[in-house]
Design a protein around this ligand. Structure first.
Ligand code: AMP
Ligand code: MG
Length: 505
């Protein structure tokens, strides 16, 4: 039996915030994926994982000792409209484990059957989308982006019915927590202020322990979430990641990326890029993500306000609103700083004085405008800029229809690089610059076409080979070797134009 040392604070301290529930039985469990590295991080002995009952555990048939499965309550704004009750409709928190580095991690199922929060849904998940969670989570992790990760995927041996019957699966997800903006919204919407306060105290103790007992801790939490989200979204933007469904129930308090449903990586550079089949207005388009993050934070601020000011004291409410507004208004600049720091590294610039800030920002913006104008592949353009740093412009020029298009910009960039080297007093730093750039500009991202190909082979033909090879490739995003070449290639424009992703599938 899998022995995890559970310590379930959510179950213990937050009675009334969830419904204790059991996973649905799976008729014929089969383990499709197990993350050995993550298992080791969680202190799971490898020999235990090899035990025959492992598939039963990860399919939900045997609840591991110490787990206290529960469905969490939460609300959320979905595409701007408020749903007062969402909750774990097809997920269950099994419990929490302290990992080898002392971090508290949630272990949760996704696709483990109906719960009291399922509404019209079947509570199930299909093999394809759960393997997608594995690939995207591992890619994000390898790219150095905070993310939830998959520990295991088990096929249930049971069909799930979408447009057609598909093989069912349960994913085991590891997260810093599953607290979301929508968790706070749930209790405000019900007017349960005692619970809201209890939730805030729990969250602060869990994610921002430095704030415990501080008089300003509620807005301290808001500021901390704003900081984490500013850094997270900046990292998304710098790798071309489009989350696809940034509803408030999919925005974590921890600052981890969560819920890889309709997400996609942008290929041709385009702020309006959107792949989700249900995002008709482009609310969650690539370029809109920082604005949506700010909007979601405003919803968190609204939810926290009743804890800071009593509604009957108008002056206190006004002060609290002003303070919350200041946090939300500071978000764009905070995001911009994180974005610019990332861009500067991607441009191979090491030394910046405040005087360089505006010029470097303009340099980055003009580069992106150039890529957008020519619809150049975002990932490859940055990668080929590293080749240009090493002295070879040809691969970069080859990405443009008009090979002369980047010439003027390249001259400007080179001048800035020279100034950067002079400031560092290290002379022409070409080789060094190229290798620094290659360490932050990935060659391999989970390209949409490769992801679909891998999921289709697994789901329709039971062939996990393409999935395993893609997974191995996305785990080495900064390598560029002949065997990785096919994972670095953009899809033909016609394929990208047709590409659609789906929610909650
Ligand atoms: P998501 O878009 O996956 O973040 O899910 C939004 C809400 O829909 C959450 O409350 C989910 O639990 C619920 N949900 C999504 N898919 C299903 C399903 N197949 N069965 C029941 N609930 C679901
Ligand atoms: Mg969700």
């Amino acid at each position: 039996m899998l022995n995890l040392d559970f310590d379930n604070t959510y179950a213990r301290e937050l009675a009334g915030f969830y419904v204790a529930w059991k996973p649905a039985p799976a008729p014929a469990p089969r383990l499709l994926y197990l993350n050995a590295e993550l298992a080791a991080e969680l202190g799971l002995p490898t020999d235990a994982l090899a035990a025959p009952e492992t598939a039963d555990v990860f399919a939900g048939n045997r609840v591991p000792t110490g787990a206290e499965p529960l469905a969490q309550a939460y609300a959320g704004h979905q595409f701007g409209g408020f749903s007062p009750q969402l909750g774990d409709g097809r997920a269950l928190l099994l419990g929490e484990v302290i990992d080898r580095r002392g971090r508290r991690r949630d272990i949760a199922f996704k696709g483990s059957g109906r719960t009291p929060f399922s509404r019209g849904g079947d509570g199930k998940a299909a093999v394809g989308p759960m393997l997608r969670e594995v690939i995207i989570g591992e890619a994000m992790h390898a790219l150095g982006i905070p993310t939830t990760r998959a520990l295991a995927v088990a096929a249930t041996g049971e069909p799930v019915y979408r447009e057609a019957p598909l093989p069912g699966a349960v994913l085991t997800r590891v997260a810093a927590s599953h607290l979301r903006v929508g968790t706070f919204q749930f209790f405000v919407a019900r007017g349960e202020l005692d619970k809201l306060r209890q939730l805030a105290e729990y969250t602060i103790a869990r994610h921002d322990p430095d704030l415990v007992g501080a008089p300003d801790r509620v807005f301290g939490l808001l500021r901390a979430v704003a900081g984490r989200q500013a850094r997270l979204i900046a990292q998304w933007m710098n790798v071309g990641f489009i989350h696809g469904v940034m509803n408030t129930d999919n925005m974590t308090i921890s600052g981890e990326t969560i819920d890889f449903g309709p997400c996609a990586f942008m290929e041709a550079t385009d702020p309006a890029a959107v792949f989700s089949s249900i995002d008709h207005g482009g609310r969650y388009a690539y370029g809109n993500q920082p604005h949506v993050a700010r909007w979601n934070l405003a919803k968190l601020a609204e939810a926290l306000l009743p804890l800071v000011a009593d509604g009957d004291d108008k002056a206190a409410v006004d002060r609290a609103v002003a303070e919350a507004t200041a946090v939300i208004d500071a978000f764009p600049a905070q995001y911009d700083r994180a974005l610019r720091a990332g861009q500067r590294a991607k441009l191979g610039l090491g030394n910046a004085t405040p005087a360089d800030d505006d010029a470097d920002a303009a340099l980055a913006d003009d580069w992106l405008a150039l890529l957008q104008r020519e619809r150049v592949d975002f990932t490859l353009a940055w990668r080929r800029l590293a080749d240009a740093a090493a002295g070879d412009d040809a691969p970069l020029r080859a990405l443009f229809t008009d090979a002369a298009a980047p010439a003027a910009w390249l001259a400007r960039w080179r001048a800035r690089c020279a100034a950067d080297d002079a400031a560092a007093d290290r002379g022409p730093g070409a080789a060094d610059r190229a290798s620094r750039m290659r360490a932050v500009n990935p060659f391999v991202i989970p390209r949409n076409q490769r992801v679909e190909e891998a999921l289709d082979a697994a789901s329709a033909h039971g062939d996990l080979g393409p999935f395993e090879r893609l997974l191995a490739a996305v785990r080495r995003p900064f390598d560029e070797t002949p065997e990785l070449a096919r994972y670095g290639e953009p899809a033909p424009a016609a394929v990208t134009a047709r590409y659609q992703t789906f929610c909650g599938t």
